[in-house]
Design a protein around this ligand. Sequence first.
Ligand code: UDP
Ligand code: MG
Length: 330
Amino acid sequence: MIPGVEGGMVPSPALSVVVPCYNEQEVLPEFHHRLAAALEGLGLEWEVVYVNDGSRDATLTVMTSLATADPRVALVNLSRNFGKEIALTAGLDHARGHEGVVVIDADLQDPPEVIPDLLAAARQGYDIAYAQRSVRHGEGFVKRMTASAFYRVMQRLGGKVQLPPDTGDFRYMSRRSLDALLQLREQHRFMKGLFAWVGFPAIAVPYERAPRAAGETKWNYWKLWNLSLEGITSFTVGPLKIASYLGLATAFFAGIYILQLVVRTVFFGNPTPGYPSLMAVVLFLGGVQLMTLGIIGEYLGRIFNETKGRPLYIVERHIPSSAHAQATQR
Ligand code: UDP
Ligand code: MG
């Protein structure tokens, strides 16, 4: 077969590895090296899709040279920073792997050496093999506590969609589960929730999560809080229910209080006490109302964003991998 002659048709690789990258110039070369080494002995055709999510450093330059040096590298350059969840979606959209994809972070916190284990687990008849952290290195007590609290809240509120705990985006997905996932085009993308929503038989593969190799994490507590809000509001209407129950409970206690007032006034007269209690009630009710409005606002804002129907991301440049070049190289 002559490369690229049949109407530009390039056969697709079996596996795509999708890597969202934001300011990863230090780790990227080492990442690519370790990834290639890990996938070497598997005896399958693979490509890696690097997504540059509007990095402010030389990440794009590093990626471009990787793509020039290695035909198995595909590059998607987004027009600006869209955030990890969307960068990941862009990569998945451009993944050509016909058997499946692996999603992995660039910072080497997800060791590429685990990928063969993921594939082996999936071959036992699972569509999804997700890596589950058994030890969290380099993550403080508070981070671990908040993470576990979040999972517990999600488990309570989540209803039918259950998130596996201690799981990131690092996973293998079969082509059919990926195609299912790609049908979900919502703007507010809580990927862990979307992965779980799709369903299909899944298996956990335990591994030890390493601390970041270089560069720094883009997460801080404010962002994590927002991610949790995202997770909760895009997957449950639980908080709206809490709002109504809160209203109900307040009304109930207010009723008892009013009854008590009436009884007291009728039987014992009214020497006009009650400024403190009045203040207390007014402030409390004001707080409850503002909070409920806030909850409604969170949902309303998301509805607003969805109704605009914008594309999820804009691609500045796309260089596909060429599995053919790889085939002829051997
Ligand atoms: N990332 C991205 N866009 C962003 C932030 C992060 O593509 O706006 C990428 C980042 O380059 C990395 C992955 O998402 O490959 C995970 O990011 P990070 O390591 O900062 O998150 P953490 O591991 O702390 O959850
Ligand atoms: Mg990381």
